[in-house]
Ligand binder design. Structure first.
Ligand code: ZN
Length: 270
C-alpha cells in the first residue's frame, strides 16, 4: 500500500498522483513509476540496484529476526517511538530497511502512524512488501531519497551507512533521528572465528552529533543462545562473513553477543 503524500519524483522533484487502477505513480511532469504486484515502487530502475542484491543474506536475516536475536533492539526502538511521538499520524521512515523486519515490528507495535521503508536492494524490498502491506516500501538510493523536504517526523537508520545531508533534508524541523550502531561486543564470537579484528571506533557517535543534537544514547547488550535453526544463518546474515575472505571458519557458535547503541538526535526547530 503506497501512500504518495510524502513522495517526490526523483527526476524532477514534483509530487505524485496515482495512475490508472493504482498500478503506477505519475508525477506532475509525467514521469511514471510502476507499482510491483507485491505493492512496492522501484525508483532504481536499470542495473544499479543489482550490485546490492544478496537474497541469501536477507533470507538469513529474516530468520535471525524471527528467532529473536534483535528483539531487545526492536523493543527499545519501539519504546523510543512511543516516547518521542505523542500524536497519531506521524510519518516514520527507515533508510536501509532491508527485508523490513524492524519497521514491520514498529508498525505493529505503534499503529496510527504512516510508515515508509526504503532500501536499494529490490529483493529485500520485495520480501518486506510480502510481509507487511501496511507500509509504503520503496526501492531507493539513500543518496537520493524520493521523499519531500521536511516530510518525516522520525527517521530510523540501523547498521547501514548514513547520508546526513539527505536525512537533514527530509526531516521536519524538530524531527527525530534514531541511529543504531555496533559496539565492540557485537557478534564478537563470529569475528573471533572468522579471524576478524574488533570493530574500530570510527567515532560514528561524534560524527552523528555534528549533524544532530544528541538527546539520548543507550546501549543494548545481551547474550543470544543460538538454536540449531540459526547456526548457519547467523553467519550468512552479516556482511562480515562475505565469501571473498576465507581465513576463518564458520564453526558452530553456541551463543552470540548483541551489543548495539541507540543514538537519538533531533533536527533544529527553527
Ligand atoms: Zn518527475
Amino acid at each position: 500500500m503506497i501512500q504518495t503524500d510524502n513522495l517526490k519524483c526523483p527526476i524532477c522533484s514534483s509530487s505524485f498522483t496515482l495512475g490508472n487502477n493504482s498500478k503506477s505513480m505519475i508525477c506532475s511532469r509525467g514521469h511514471n513509476f510502476d507499482m510491483a504486484k507485491q505493492g512496492y515502487v522501484n525508483f532504481c530502475g536499470g542495473s544499479m540496484g543489482k550490485l546490492y542484491e544478496d537474497k541469501e543474506l536477507f533470507r538469513a536475516r529474516r530468520n535471525i529476526y524471527e528467532a529473536g536475536f534483535f528483539r531487545g533492539v526492536e523493543e527499545a526502538v519501539s519504546g523510543s517511538l512511543k516516547e518521542l511521538l505523542n500524536k497519531e499520524g506521524s510519518v516514520i521512515a527507515e533508510a536501509g530497511c532491508g527485508e523490513g523486519s524492524l519497521l514491520s515490528f514498529l508498525q505493529r507495535e505503534n499503529p496510527g502512524h504512516s510508515y515508509i521503508g526504503l532500501d536499494i536492494s529490490k529483493s529485500a524490498v520485495k520480501m518486506a512488501a510480502q510481509q507487511n502491506g501496511q507500509i509504503s516500501w520503496l526501492v531507493a538510493d539513500v543518496c537520493k531519497i524520493p521523499l519531500k523536504d521536511g516530510s518525516i517526523d522520525c527517521l530510523i537508520d540501523m547498521l547501514t551507512p548514513a547520508n546526513y545531508g539527505e536525512f537533514q533534508r527530509i526531516l521536519k524541523p524538530g524531527g527525530y533521528i534514531i541511529k543504531i550502531i555496533p559496539n565492540d561486543g557485537y557478534l564478537t564470537e563470529l569475528r573471533q572465528r572468522l579471524g576478524k579484528k574488533a570493530y574500530e571506533d570510527k567515532e560514528v557517535d561524534k560524527f552523528f552529533s555534528r549533524h544532530f543534537a544528541l538527546i539520548c544514547q543507550k546501549q543494548i547488550k545481551y547474550t543470544f543462545v543460538c538454536e540449531p535453526s540459526v547456526q548457519e544463518d547467523i553467519y550468512v546474515m552479516t556482511p562480515m562473513s562475505g565469501k571473498a575472505d576465507g581465513n576463518g571458519s564458520r564453526d558452530k557458535v553456541d551463543s552470540v553477543t548483541m551489543d548495539l547503541s541507540i543514538l537519538i538526535g533531533r533536527k533544529e526547530k527553527k
